[in-house]
Write a new protein. Structure first.
Length: 182
């Protein structure tokens, strides 16, 4: 090879045509046995990663489960739920709401279907709707954990707005208004 690029190209083409047809070219190399093994190894590695990711997701969600119960359901399944995260729904028992300043905490009772539970909320700030109103029932949902002594340690309080109207003598009247005028 020595002349111009055109001459070199022409010579390479002629050499290629002169090669026997049964000889494999650079493009037509025979497949070796190592290629399927490499594919199986890659597949096994991907499967291992998928199993690992699935196990991590499962483990991370396991402790995040929050059981939602009413007060009576919580009292009935007390033994199974001690120490677990629970959301409990009930009605505030009138006259049970007490606030202590040092240390700051609220204590009250929730009731539903004849069952009652004592609740302790060790924080100073509660929702505006969380008030003991003698003229209305206050629905309360608390999140926290059931303590071994049977009381409930709340980490969050959600109070429902008392109904604006309640039934009185077959007709609706605003809460606290007594008998409707006729």
């Amino acid at each position: 090879m020595g002349g111009s690029i055109d001459d070199d190209l022409k010579e390479a083409i002629e050499e290629r045509h002169d090669a026997p047809e049964d000889a494999p070219s650079a493009r037509q190399r025979p497949r070796t046995a190592s290629r399927p093994k490499r594919n199986l190894g890659l597949l096994a590695a991907l499967a291992g990663v998928a199993v690992l990711v699935g196990a991590l997701l499962f483990a991370s969600f396991e402790g995040a489960a929050v059981y939602a119960k009413t007060v009576d359901q919580l009292v009935d399944s007390r033994d199974k739920l001690v120490g677990r995260a629970v959301r409990v729904e009930g009605m505030l028992v009138h006259g049970s709401l007490v606030k202590r300043d040092q240390p700051c905490e609220y204590r009250f009772k929730l009731a539903k279907n004849g069952a009652t539970i004592d609740v302790r909320y060790p924080q100073c700030v509660v929702p505006d709707t969380f008030r003991d109103r003698p003229d209305a029932q206050v629905g309360v949902t608390v999140e926290g954990k059931l303590v071994a002594d049977g009381s409930f340690e709340a980490t969050q309080i959600m109070a429902k707005c008392p109904s604006k109207y309640e039934e009185q003598a077959g007709s609706k009247a605003p809460v606290g208004m007594g008998e409707p005028s006729r």
